[in-house]
Design a protein around this ligand. Structure first.
Ligand code: S3P
Length: 191
């Protein structure tokens, strides 16, 4: 698949899916660099995501995501966590697939929301009713569904999700791929 050329592993999914924590674990286990599109945006703008939304609005944030995706083209062999809304536009998942293997961290919405509300400020959830959040989630599923691999995180912790992703990547690539082996031959399962 063309996506294997750049050999990145790209995590997508709704808020609360665990993209950041799982991505960090995966990167450590694979001996790769970890990149987050939200961090790229925060660094560029010099302020946190909620402030970007407040000061400049969602359209500006989405434009920053477009730019982050263009910059991802420079990445090779990284683990990349994307913001929950980043893959949700026409052609975007395909653009990510040109950069590597796209993995959807899925889950039951109630569980994802519980995690998201526990884990920091999510401007996309501000002032929204549960019905509105349901609608947002449903509108995004068709994009996430285009991913190459899917791991249901509902009943798993980050360690378990990372292990599932590793297994799915190995199954997909067949015999052990040097780039997908734990660095230095260590299982590094301790963290
Ligand atoms: C967003 C998700 C956030 C962040 C921004 C917008 C979204 O990332 O990119 O607040 O539209 O779902 P997480 O998915 O890491 O929470």
């Amino acid at each position: 698949m063309a996506g294997d050329m750049a050999d990145n592993v790209i995590l997508v999914g709704f808020m609360g899916a665990g993209k950041s924590s799982v991505g960090r674990l995966l990167a450590r286990r694979l001996g790769r660099c970890f990149v987050e599109t939200d961090d790229m945006i925060t660094a560029k703008e010099g302020r946190p995501i909620p402030e970007i939304f407040t000061a400049k609005g969602e359209p500006h944030f989405r434009a920053l995501e477009d730019e982050a995706v263009r910059l991802l083209a420079l990445k090779r062999g990284n683990v990349i966590a994307t913001g929950g809304g980043l893959p949700c536009q026409e052609g975007r998942v395909e653009a990510l697939q040109a950069l590597g293997t796209v993995v959807w961290l899925s889950g039951e919405l109630a569980t994802l929301l519980e995690r998201a509300l526990r884990g920091g400020d999510r401007p996309m959830l501000h002032g929204k009713t549960r019905d509105e959040i349901d609608a947002l989630y449903k509108s995004r599923v068709p994009y996430y569904s285009k991913a190459d691999l899917k791991v249901d995180t509902t009943t798993l912790n980050s360690d378990q999700v990372a292990a599932e992703v590793l297994m799915a990547l190995r199954l997909r690539t067949g015999p052990p791929h040097p780039a997908l082996s734990p660095s230095g031959g260590e299982g590094s399962s301790s963290s």
